[in-house]
Design a protein around this ligand. Sequence first.
Ligand code: PEP
Ligand code: MG
Length: 316
Amino acid sequence: ERKAALAASSGPGRTSDGHLVPLLANVGGPADVPAALEAGAEGVGLFRTEFLFLDDSKRAPSEEAQFEAYRKVLEAFPEGRVVVRVLDAGADKPLEFLTPADEPNPALGVRGLRTLLEHPEVLQTQLRALAKAADGLPVHLEVMAPMVADRADAKAFAQACREAGLQAKFGAMVEIPSAALRARAILEEVEFLSLGTNDLAQYTFAADRQVGALARLQDPWQPALLDLIAAAAGAAKAAGKSCGVCGEAAADPLLACVLTGLGVTSLSMGSASIPYVRASLATFTLAQCQRAAEAARAADSAEEARIAAQQVLSGE
Ligand code: PEP
Ligand code: MG
């Protein structure tokens, strides 16, 4: 039965009553593109550009080398959306020439956008390479910053994008609780939000994502995490802007329905998960997803939230 559902799984992501939820792929570079196309991804929701920076620990890749890699990914989705995240260095992704070596708490240190604002030349080179790569292509390029904490961060990033002459939408990742709580102010500066639920869970529960013993607190079904997602999605809806999810949470077929019910407008995940999420979404109406989301938020633990959502969706 599952096989049949997957075989029938094609076309755009949508609920059974036709509410569209674009299903996008997380990619690390051109090598991940074939799998995304095979899974029927409607675009890229998270292009992690860090991989380009791993070849040489001493310096950033040249503008030309970056251009080549970005162009290959953008060309693969002629009419689609491609959301590129600018370099997210530091913490679990340290880079020798950028990341301070002596931080007591790297996850709470100079990482993500903070690094780029301290090294504006690295950000400008990346944004120029992106602008050139998108030039003349019909692709919808969107560029987002990791680790945006507040409106000032969002403003600085939007400013840098304009300086580079980028013809694209500028967005902010929501992966720090302050950004979810004040999403309305951040949306005054940028055109879309994307929830990075891996880091958002880490910072909400003060639970290092690299410490396996804390897995319970990293569970994306945690109702506190769902509350923050609802806050960000609600602010985006009120502003008439989009709010996707690009963390691991989007790859869980049941949670994908709950996220849809919370008001999330697109889901981005590893390509292998796309057919499962597409099949799951197609099973339920938007109203059912919304009831499942309410039930999950009313729970007191991740486990209870999962069971509550499952009960609503199985009609028990
Ligand atoms: C996240 O934090 O959820 C995210 C998508 O980014 P990364 O996993 O690359 O930190
Ligand atoms: Mg992150």
